[in-house]
Design a protein around this ligand. Structure first.
Ligand SMILES: [Mg+2]
Length: 205
């Protein structure tokens, strides 16, 4: 039975397993590995277009025209208008459901096998991240979780990644961040953390 989601076969970029079961770890020089969640460890089963449409409707009800904004811009807009908590409630339901039925991606197999601390730094809410990790029995292998509502700023601001590393007790220059988007790459650059794409290049997420 495969635990691997629809991207199979993806070449895991970190730990390489040979048919005899041995594992080669070319990340052995790092003292911590931090992963993005969606598109990296799992695919959340969420229609982001549907979430964005609900969010536009929410803003319209509040007398704000949010059309043309993407969801992440709408979070900024909600901050500006003092509507963040209400908007989070709109997004959270979709996200939590999508986390529970999320599909595990190949790279997630590495999470249990790292010899160093592992963190997850995500644009999803912390509750959704924890729900996804729980759904795939990964929580026990993850030592720090930072979601978009864990600290005051969001990726590509470096602070969420730096906060993850502080919790792990590892300096930025000793860590590796693995993600699937240009936003992740930019976050790592700004935090002074080495970066690798999960699948060789940005997914466009
Ligand atoms: Mg992602």
């Amino acid at each position: 039975m495969s635990r691997i989601g629809r991207r199979e076969p993806i070449e895991a970029v970190l730990l390489r397993r040979t048919p005899d079961g041995s594992v080669t770890d070319d990340t052995a020089d790092y003292e911590a590995i931090v992963y993005d969640l969606d598109g990296t460890l799992v695919d959340l089963v969420v229609s982001w277009d549907e979430v964005a449409a609900d969010a536009v409707e929410f803003f319209a009800d509040a007398g704000v025209d949010a059309s043309g904004h993407d969801l992440w811009e709408m979070l900024d807009l909600a901050d500006e208008r003092g509507l963040r908590e209400e908007l989070e409630a709109v997004v959270a339901g979709h996200e939590r459901d999508g986390a529970t039925v999320s599909e595990l991606l190949a790279l997630a197999e590495d999470v249990a096998d790292h010899s160093v601390p592992v963190g997850v730094c995500s644009l999803n809410s912390e509750a959704a991240v924890r729900a996804a990790l729980d759904a795939h029995s990964l929580s026990e292998h993850v030592d720090a979780v930072v979601g978009r509502d864990t600290v005051a700023t969001r990726k590509p601001d470096p602070e969420p990644l730096l906060a993850t590393l502080r919790e792990l007790g590892v300096e930025p220059e000793r860590a590796l961040f693995v993600g699937d988007s240009r936003r992740d790459e930019l976050t790592a650059e700004r935090a002074g953390v080495d970066f690798r794409y999960v699948d060789g290049g940005p997914s466009g997420h």
